[in-house]
Design a protein around this ligand. Structure first.
Ligand SMILES: C[S@@+](CC[C@H](N)C(=O)[O-])C[C@H]1O[C@@H](n2cnc3c(N)ncnc32)[C@H](O)[C@@H]1O
Length: 247
């Protein structure tokens, strides 16, 4: 995928939760323990391996951290990503599938659990809706989803500021295309419309969203200030976690 080239040179370190700012710690660094705790609550330990799919796995940074926290479980892991280059560098998963998560090459209820973090927003709305539907089709037990986006009240205004940054005209390294940051309520409306069953697990505002891009793209001090100025009063992000159940 073309986007792989401009995901930012600090990306892998940050996906593994090793970012230095408080923003990055909350945004990336706490997911593994949060997901691992949910898995422990919901999945009995068994002698037989569970099939676990990581959707939008990138190089497996998040999955690696989760697996370390679940030593008593056996998993057969599958990594799905549309980005073939990132998947080629993924040494975490047992098997790899280059695919778009909107149309997963798995049978209905053939996957015990799925995880997905920060994937939806890098797709147009139609694809995001299809991804949510297809997750609920393929899972047998549950999926854990972590998403980031605007709060519902300021969604339009937040997106305007975020477009100013991701459009790439003012901070050249950062041009992205075909993305849409939905609020948690917008995503829940899509799931309701498709009869996808879910439960919201966590929802919090994380301050200084600009730090995510500053660290990931290693922006210099002038670029960093530009990023902060563009986001202005919308320099925050809402992080939401859901569990999705089988159809
Ligand atoms: C922001 S990265 C997150 C990586 C990892 N899930 C994490 O949280 O550390 C998004 C990943 O999702 C992949 N991705 C985005 N849209 C996708 C889609 N429709 N189907 C499959 N993979 C997708 C991208 O290629 C990228 O590797």
């Amino acid at each position: 995928m073309g986007d792989s080239l401009n995901m930012g040179s600090g990306t892998s370190r940050i996906f593994s939760g090793q970012g230095t700012t408080e923003t990055n710690k909350l945004h990336y660094g706490e997911t593994a323990s949060f997901f691992a705790e949910e898995i422990k609550k919901r999945l009995p330990i068994s002698g037989e391996p569970y099939v676990l799919v990581d959707l939008g796995t990138f190089k497996g940074e998040l999955l690696a951290d989760i697996l370390k926290l679940l030593p008593k479980y056996k998993f057969k892991t599958i990594g799905v990503d549309i980005n073939e280059e990132a998947l080629a560098d993924n040494t975490v998963v047992d098997s790899k599938v280059v695919a778009n998560a909107e149309k997963l090459p798995f049978n209905d209820r053939s996957i015990d659990i799925a995880i997905m973090r920060y994937v939806l927003q890098w797709n147009v709305i139609k694809v995001q809706k299809d991804i949510l539907k297809d997750i609920s089709r393929v899972i047998k037990r549950f999926a854990l989803l972590e998403h980031n986006g605007p709060d519902n009240v300021h969604a339009q205004e937040w997106r305007k500021h975020s477009d100013g940054l991701l459009g790439g005209s003012r901070v050249a390294k950062m041009g992205r295309k075909n993305y849409f940051f939905a609020s948690a309520e917008e995503i829940e409306k899509w799931m309701d419309e498709s009869a996808v069953k879910y439960e919201r697990l966590r929802n919090r505002i994380i301050k200084d969203y600009s730090n995510i891009y500053i660290e990931r793209y290693q922006l210099d001090s002038q670029e960093a200030q530009t990023a902060r100025d563009i986001l202005g009063s919308m320099d925050y992000i809402e992080q939401t976690d859901w569990v999705i159940f089988s159809k």
